[in-house]
Design a protein. Structure first.
Length: 95
């Protein structure tokens, strides 16, 4: 999958999760920016969420979570290894 397509799919999933959280906290919001360490903030509960999309996962296959990315010659930690969120939301859906 091309990076921008994956990013767009991830943002759509964040909005799905945000809609769910807003049922309990209407003031919840999506965090913009790639280095925030969290995707959604719920002010009412003072909790933050990191959302990962695994919609292409096949039933009964372990979820693969990126912990390092390569950017040219530089390798750096990424994904759930750098999140500062209170909770992880792993969104999976079989086709």
């Amino acid at each position: 999958m091309v990076f921008n397509q994956g990013l767009q799919k991830g943002k759509q999933t964040e909005l799905l999760v945000l809609d769910y959280i807003k049922q309990f906290d209407p003031s919840a919001y999506q965090v913009e920016g790639k280095d925030s360490g969290k995707d959604i903030v719920s002010p009412a509960s003072n909790k933050t969420y990191e959302v990962k999309d695994c919609r292409d996962a096949i039933k009964n296959v372990p979820i693969e979570v990126s912990i390092q990315n390569s950017w040219g010659d530089m390798r750096r930690a990424s994904g759930l290894s750098v999140t500062r969120a209170d909770y992880w939301v792993i969104f999976c859906k079989n086709k």
